[in-house]
Design a protein around this ligand. Structure first.
Ligand code: ZN
Length: 311
């Protein structure tokens, strides 16, 4: 008898109480949504005038970004516990275990607390428009195949259901470069991009934005002051020289502005107020080695290639 009782206790769902708390919170939001006219409730719905006429044509807002994280914890159970303790104030829509098991923790229409203070492009409230996915991984280990296989399935369903653009599959470090470093450099971003989730650069050889044939170099030669007579430079036909440069410039696709790392990172989406942090986040995602080092010539070629895709 005692043995049966012990088995029943062991099988009891440890999340019965927190599942009840979830329903209570959803009910409160449903009640607020049902009220007409909408009550003044902070920023949830601002009553802008005294006339209320409910429209008949609407639905729920959809997520347009997917932000991928690693949990930096040792087990899925630990993460599920973290996300069901009110004191932690963190959550995600999905948690995916090393074994590929997918835990859905929040309706996709609702706002999870996974991004924190973050910025991507001009978007400063990523939590409001994104799905957060946490991968059970301590941050220093590789990602297991069953986990990545499940992730790809979840991403495919999200992309189709909400029409998420390929470029909008990003990492936590991308949107919070000065605070976060997840997912780690071991995360297979290239494989994801190949499946349609996230950007990747073209196969080489890629043009060097600082090379002698770059748009920046040609523009600076074109705009350089003409040599003065005292500089003992053999006289040239400036008209011919300029025409040649014009032809060279015409062959180049893209802007004739000097390549600038900060601008390129900003156009891709990075918050460049802390430039070293933005460079680190870019390297974590696209270079995945020597993340702390400055951009090398090869890195600059990749940055330039990605930047041009985003123009
Ligand atoms: Zn994260």
């Amino acid at each position: 008898m005692l043995g049966i009782l012990a088995a029943c206790v062991a099988q009891k769902n440890p999340y019965t109480a927190t599942n009840r708390a979830y329903k209570t919170q959803v009910k409160a939001y449903a009640k607020a949504l049902r009220a007409t006219p909408p009550p003044m409730q902070g920023a949830d719905s601002l009553l802008m005038g005294k006339y209320w006429v409910g429209t008949t044509n609407f639905n729920l807002r959809k997520p347009n970004y997917v932000v991928i994280h690693h949990t930096a914890q040792d087990s899925t159970a630990q993460t599920l516990r973290t996300f069901t303790l009110p004191s932690t104030q963190v959550s995600a829509h999905y948690v995916i275990g090393r074994d590929g098991r997918v835990y859905h923790m929040l309706n996709d229409y609702l706002r999870a607390w996974h991004g924190g203070l973050a910025k991507w492009g001009n978007n400063t409230d990523l939590n409001s428009c994104s799905i957060g996915i946490e991968l059970d991984n301590n941050g220093t280990e590789s990602f297991d195949e069953p986990q990545i296989a499940s992730l790809l399935q979840v991403l495919a369903r999200l992309k189709k259901a909400y029409n998420v653009p390929a470029a909008n599959f990003i990492g936590h470090a991308d949107i919070a470069p000065s605070r976060k470093n997840d997912p780690s450099a071991l995360f297979p971003w290239k494989r994801l991009a190949g499946a349609g989730f996230g950007l990747w650069y073209d196969a080489g050889p890629l043009p060097n934005p600082f090379g002698p044939d770059s748009a920046a170099a040609l523009a600076s030669r074109l705009l350089a002051p003409k040599p003065t007579a005292t500089e003992e430079i053999p006289p040239t036909d400036n008209q011919t020289d300029t025409t040649l440069l014009d032809r060279q410039l015409a062959r180049i696709n893209g802007p004739i502005t000097p390549f600038n790392q900060r601008e390129a990172l900003r156009i891709i989406g990075y918050d460049t107020r802390d430039l070293p942090a933005a460079i680190r986040a870019f390297k974590l995602h696209f270079i995945q080695q020597n993340v702390a080092a400055p951009l090398s010539e090869a890195d600059n070629r990749i940055l330039y290639n990605l930047y041009k895709k985003c123009l």
